[in-house]
Design a protein around this ligand. Structure first.
Ligand code: BGC
Length: 711
């Protein structure tokens, strides 16, 4: 994470630190100039009418080795990553900026979107595409060419400090949502840089040899890599390699990951950038497919030039690296128009804020609602206690690190609830600022019809959580409030799963994640029923930390220089299902203010095009309009050796009261009825009978059928 943006200065990377921080010195001077970009006789490759491949080869024919070397590492500049322009060849600069939740790195005038986990909880690719479109549009306005996102690493453990900036624990959900977000970003003419390839799941030992994942090929192919494949299929321009070491080889110099899988298997044609200070060699990195070192030139630059000169790195390898980068620069029109964006521009807008609010509403998950305690009804609820620092003084709207985005105007829950409740309702605020915060909260709860307690944790890049319990006495606070008021609702702002020892004492629970700057507006809208909650969990909530898949120190964060991925395929719900461990709330779970029923499952195929089609009906059986997430899970024949069931389809359906809609899932056999055969190094279809379950969580699949596949 680089937090050293200074608009009036440029930065020189002066040394390497592990932990992802760069030591920098600020020097005065202008940012690197944009090259002239109009077609000229000197630079015929600026003609947009020529094919990209022609433009690349014409330009490269004129580049010296020094020009080429300058393209493959970071340079001084005012963005998190800067590749210098080459004005004599009309090559513009390339600018890279964080990240996965909007324009980060302390830039202002931007929209603080909900955290990516919140976007994932929508289970709606249209929402994540819109999320990406806002990110891309704001990047464009800020003069950013490459957005450093999305983060598609799998949430292997709820303690991961970056769980909030990823898209959950399931490769299919992550892949689908990541791909739609990439399309949203790139639809604005900005490249996405999907990250971090691969098997990067902890901060504790990040960017050190101790984060050495010992992981099987099958586990990588089935769990940790599919979302990158989906990103490539979505046309992602760029990939960031990870701080992790994978089976003894640094991810950023790992030929299996960067060549065999990414290029040969997935067909990636873009460029690979190292995570910041994640390049640890020159020759192995260059020869394994790392195109660009960031943020400086510690291992590339002069060292790479010397390695090319003495033949350790073939000239053809350098040419490929440069052409990978230039190809995307041409494709994204960087040579065709001058960059009009500026890092000082104000790019947030009412429209972008409306998207932020909408996604925060759609991603909020109703976990419990005893006796229809929610939505709040101002006809009967005349006083509301709004409790917790998270409701006002310290609203937890974002996680920390490179995905943190500066809010351009946070609406707190206290502000929004007060305004939505109106003058007929008394709001009793207990913000925790008193010397006796529990006493203050209990007093406010006692004199109110309803008590709403806001509780949060704080996740950040660079450190992991040591526990999944709410920190700082918040569990005791909730219990005390619940004892004082039988109508207690808890709103959680957490980056991933937390335990809830008070669950039986409270009437309702909402998981609102880190909701971004529209925090209060989104939560009030759900609390008062202006929005029907339709978010579903993208991660399992366990009953206790001892239940998680990687519960031993050898598995996480590792011992003796190795991190054993011994749970194999059994990540997330796959683990709880395989071991018969009941979670607190299962993957895919989420309630609504209305109710749904499932009927009429029908499976047909495989058809001649190699697909199985499954249809089912979803009916809104309640009194209000609402949306449910229909989910399809496949269970393989025992011989395949797969987890009991795996998500292979989902569809968010909006329904009026009494309305029924049919959902259709089209499942390619080669993709959805196959496992990775580590002997053949290929996807293989096991012949036999597959079970298909459809419902609205991994633990509630009322519709069941089977499909016979002949292999
Ligand atoms: C993070 C990346 C981020 C980069 C630039 C690194 O520490 O791991 O995700 O894009 O910093 O800020």
């Amino acid at each position: 994470m680089l937090r050293f943006r200074r608009l009036a200065s440029v930065l020189v990377v002066a040394g390497t630190l592990t932990g992802g921080l760069a030591a920098v010195t600020a020097v005065s001077g202008p940012a690197s100039a944009q090259a002239a970009t109009s077609a000229s006789t000197d630079c015929p490759w600026t003609d947009p009418g020529l094919p990209v491949a022609t433009r690349v080869s014409e330009l490269m024919a004129k580049m010296t080795t020094g020009d080429k070397i300058s393209m493959v590492h970071g340079s001084v500049g005012s963005y998190a990553g800067n590749v210098a322009a080459i004005p004599s060849l009309c090559v513009p600069s390339l600018t890279l900026e964080d990240g996965p939740a909007g324009v980060g790195d302390n830039l202002t005038g931007v929209t603080q979107l909900p955290a990516p986990v919140d976007a994932a909880a929508t289970w709606d690719p249209a929402d994540t595409q819109q999320y990406g479109a806002v990110i891309g549009a704001e990047d464009k306005g800020k003069g950013v060419d490459v957005d450093l996102g999305p983060t598609v690493n799998i949430v292997r453990d709820p303690r991961w400090g970056r769980a909030f900036e990823a898209l959950g624990e399931d490769p299919y959900l992550t892949g689908q949502l990541g791909a739609s977000e990439i399309q949203g970003i790139q639809g604005q003419g900005v490249m996405a840089q999907v990250k971090h390839l691969a098997v990067y799941n902890q901060e504790t030992n990040r960017n050190t040899p101790l984060d050495n994942a010992i992981v099987s090929e099958r586990t990588m192919q089935e769990i940790y890599l599919p979302a990158f494949s989906d990103a490539v299929n979505a046309g992602v321009a760029s990939v960031m390699c990870a701080y992790s070491t994978v089976n003894g080889v640094d991810a950023c110099e790992n030929p299996y990951l960067q060549k065999q899988v990414l290029r040969d298997q997935f067909g990636f044609g873009g460029f690979v950038t190292s995570d910041w200070l994640g390049t640890h060699s020159t020759v192995p990195a260059a020869k394994s497919g790392l195109d660009m070192e960031m943020p400086g030139a510690l291992d590339y630059g002069l060292t790479l030039e010397a390695a090319v000169a003495d033949g350790q790195v073939p000239q053809s390898t350098l040419n490929t690296m440069v052409s990978d980068i230039l190809t995307q620069m041409f494709k994204f029109g960087l040579f065709d128009s001058s960059d009009t964006g500026s890092s000082t521009a104000t790019v947030t807008s009412p429209g972008h804020q409306a998207t932020a609010r909408d996604i925060a509403e759609q991603g909020t998950v109703l976990l419990k609602n005893s006796g229809d305690a929610l939505p709040l009804d101002t006809a009967t609820t005349k006083s509301i206690a709004v409790i917790g620092a998270d409701a006002s003084a310290a609203a937890q709207t974002s996680g920390g690190g490179s995905s943190a985005v500066t809010s351009s105007g946070t609406v707190t829950p206290l502000q929004a609830i007060t305004s939505r409740a109106g003058s007929g309702v008394t709001v009793n605020d207990a913000d925790g600022s008193s010397l006796n915060p529990v006493g203050q909260a209990v007093a406010a709860a006692r004199k109110s019809d309803v008590a709403v307690v806001f509780a949060s944790d704080y996740e950040t890049e660079s450190s992991d959580l040591t526990s999944i319990n709410l920190p700082g006495g918040q569990n005791q606070l909730i219990s005390a409030v619940a004892a004082a008021n039988p109508n207690t609702i808890v709103v959680l702002n957490t980056g991933s799963a937390v335990t809830m020892p008070w669950l039986n004492q409270v009437k309702g629970v909402l998981e609102a994640w880190y909701p971004g700057q529209e925090d209060g507006n989104a939560i009030a809208s759900v609390l008062f029923g202006d929005t029907d909650p339709s978010g579903h969990l993208p991660v399992t909530f366990p009953k206790s930390l001892s239940d998680v898949p990687a519960s031993t120190p050898a598995q996480w964060p590792g011992t003796n220089g190795q991190v054993q991925y011994s749970e194999g395929l059994d990540v997330g719900y796959r683990w709880y299902d395989a071991k018969g461990i009941a979670p607190l709330f299962p993957f895919g779970y989420g309630l609504s203010y209305t109710s749904f029923s499932y009927s009429g499952i029908r499976a047909s195929g495989p058809a001649s095009d190699g697909t199985v089609t499954v249809t089912a009906d979803v009916t809104n059986t309640g009194q209000r309009a609402g949306a449910d997430v229909a989910q399809l899970y496949v269970g393989d024949p025992a011989a395949a050796g797969e987890p009991p069931q795996q998500l292979k389809g989902f569809d968010k359906v909006s329904l009026n009261p009494g309305e029924t809609k049919q959902v259709t899932f089209t499942l390619p056999v080669a993709k959805d009825f196959s496992y990775w055969d580590s002997t053949a190094h290929a996807w293989t279809v096991a012949p036999g009978t597959y079970t298909i379950g459809v419902g609205d969580s991994s633990a509630s699949l009322p519709l069941q059928t089977t499909v016979d596949i002949s292999g």
